[in-house]
Design a protein around this ligand. Sequence first.
Ligand code: NAP
Length: 356
Amino acid sequence: MSSAYYAQDVPDTHRPYVAAPDRHQKLEYRRVGSSGLLLPPLSLGLWYNFGDNRPFDTQREILRRAFDEGITHFDLANNYGPPYGSAEENFGRMMRTDFRPYRDEMVLSTKAGWDMWPGPYGMLGSRKYVLASLEESLRRMCVESVDIFYSHRADEGTPVAETIGALDTAVRQGKALYAGISSYSPERTAEAVAVARELGTPLIIHQPAYSMLNRWPEQGLFDVLRGSGMGSIGFTALAQGLLTDKYLSDDDPERATARPSFDGRVLTAQTRERLHGLGAIAQERGQSLAQMALSWAIRPGGVTSTLIGVSSIAQLEQNLEAAARTDFTDDELARIDELAGHTEEVDLWEESASIG
Ligand code: NAP
């Protein structure tokens, strides 16, 4: 076998990675609140498709392509997988092999809050858990620090001052540059902001669920964030795949219910009817339903950035196009509100929820 023939046979992901030279010219970066940090309008989340349940080469191909296309922000958490920890481990492997030279071009985040290890110190918001979890995350991700460290969820039992104090310690130890909170109510967010101000913690970002079907941040949270100079990064803009073309057919797609976290209760006849209506608006705009849902989340007045969770390069490519179409007419917005703005869908991440 000639060496030229052999070289062609090497899968792309096994070749040394050199990032695309024009990677920073493709997306318009946005300021996070009044901080100095900029994020791309679309960021890549590693919750579900980057654990040991997916081929490593596919994950690597997606991350390389995302970075080549200007996605600088990669969002993780201690419990992303499955199994827990494996998304951070797989990311760490890619950090060692592909992304080390580009570390300063990336914004990496991780979180602590959901159940991670057994016993009373393996979840929620105590100083004991939050700081121990960050150590473990850094080890798995093969980095010395992350750019954003989040409290992943509110904890009724722990004083907000203790949890924000733990994030503050992480920043002072040089293990995180900025702090964030996720799924905190407007009231608890205001409390967290007050503590952070007193301590001087760079609490710059909130990560709420936000989609056409889930508007809770519009009921007070966005006001608090604007008033305190914080930015936001939305998650599940596609409602875990519900706001995509796969639900527009009458078949019940297998992948649709494959995620344990996907709550089948949302799939009512009324929801399907709404999805068809939204699909029609998307079609008029020359977009897929997924693209319109993403464009909507990052429209003026929406979130600073939204997280995308993708399982293939095709999904990534399709979703990236959404960043160029954040313009909506008043009529389109009104029709979207009519169809999707008054739903009472199940919100898995409201403060009292038990799913991570
Ligand atoms: P999502 O955007 O609502 O759903 C992503 C899923 O939609 C993909 O896994 C894929 O399903 C499907 N999809 C994506 N693009 C598609 C397209 N163009 N056409 C058809 N289907 C498409 O997001 P998510 O995965 O639930 O969450 C995204 C990220 O948000 C996570 O990775 C994480 O970083 C973050 N998050 C944070 C929290 C928190 O508590 N802070 C909670 C949840 C998520 P298939 O995999 O079936 O192909």
